[in-house]
Design a protein around this ligand. Sequence first.
Ligand SMILES: [Zn+2]
Length: 359
Amino acid sequence: MSTAAVHPRRQSFSPFWSHRAAVAVIALAALSVLAGCPPKARGGQTLAVAEPTVLSTKPSVPMEALAYQLGMRLDNSGQYTASMKGKRNSLLVVGPPQPMALLNSERLDTSGEIGQSDGRLMVSPSLAHRLREKLRLAQGYAPAPPGAPPYLGNNPAHPQPPGAKPAPPAVAVAGPRVSGTVVIDPGHGGKDRGTYSATCGDEKALVLDVSQRIRTILTARGVHVIMTRDDDRFIELEERAEIANRARADLFVAIHADSAPKNTAARGCTVYTARGASAGSESLARRLDAALRPAAVEDRGLRHADYKVLVLTKMPAALIELGFFTNRSEAARLCQSSYRQELAEAIASGIIADLPARK
Ligand SMILES: [Zn+2]
């Protein structure tokens, strides 16, 4: 029944949603409770993900977040101007006193939607959304270009916000070769956006970006990696498990982002296995958890939930929630390519630790 989330009860209640959509979702949620619907995999109630209809016109989206939402790389960003580029698009943002946004040299109407806060240039969520709609091609979130330094966040041109941890050295790529087949399952895709954050965009794009980074690292170490999706497409949960079963994969790792609309302070990453999971799954989860501990904002530890992909896969399987879109500061971290790279490195290390070294 669930066409959408692996975690169908984790839809975010954004103030941007229309009243009607909110009522519909609440009604569906109530129905699922009345029907005694179990919370996780087994036949969760389908909740349509509503489009945000009224976005704020108040400047609140910093340039790093905007670049992320548009799938572009921030070339430079200061108090007065910022420029960013993607494969087929480029954007120049100029702040007051003569604010403007030039997308592919076309000037957009931006009255009052570009401003400064704490010495940083910002655009409104509404303008960010319009820019995204006008992109030449849906680009998704730009992965680091080949040959780029592994941590863009350490580049002086891409300053990290105060308080951000410096990224650790990239160790996972360089170690000895290992063998095995690993299925990486980026959650959601296509019509199923997953959870949504005004700062960070769609969960489906975030988890694809991190999954692709994990693949890059694992492939460099000799692992055969199969992705359940490598672009923005919808795949049923059963099919995801089937892909892994058909390939007789050694490990299955699903990547998601969390949402807790009623507890916006909730933060940190979580590693799930199914209830009563095999010793192999528990071992994989422990290694992932240990690897994520130093990298993540906070480690929420190992938990059990009967997510469909965990129940239906026949090999050791775990599902990682990277962090909470509903926590503002964590969403901002997740927007940074340096942090996503850090998470990908950690996850790849955990996977490698669970694979045999190549003879
Ligand atoms: Zn998800």
